[in-house]
Design a protein around this ligand. Structure first.
Ligand SMILES: [Zn+2]
Length: 115
């Protein structure tokens, strides 16, 4: 079985962040191209590229994680009305800050539990 290229990033930091998230979710990630960046002083960091390679069987899970991540980001920018007290809460809150009731539309960020 060979790995497939899942994503290409312009910066090492970005790629490492995503690789860390995927690995925390139990996926096996191979980062390629990373060593090209810091070793050469002649190449500005903006000109580098870093690729993440996954096993084909992990690609679907990785896509779902990314979609979830994106949803959480969007949710954080939305306001959610509390069903009990009608206070506005940030969309990524799990509980109403005012009365503590569960917010039904809140997304539980599953990526948070990184040891
Ligand atoms: Zn409330």
């Amino acid at each position: 079985m060979t790995r497939v290229r899942f994503a290409v990033h312009r910066t090492v930091g970005e790629a490492r962040l995503l690789a860390g998230l995927l690995e925390a979710a139990g996926l096996s990630v191979e980062v390629r191209g990373e060593s090209l960046a810091p070793l050469s002083g002649e190449i500005p960091s903006t000109e580098t590229w870093v690729e993440l390679w996954l096993w084909p069987s992990d690609v679907e899970a990785a896509r779902q994680l990314l979609a979830e991540l994106e949803e959480n980001r969007e949710a954080a920018g939305r306001e959610v009305s509390c069903p009990r007290c009608r206070e506005e809460n940030p969309g990524n809150f799990e509980l109403c800050w005012n009365c503590g009731v569960d917010l039904p539309s809140a997304l539980r960020p599953r990526l948070r539990a990184v040891p």
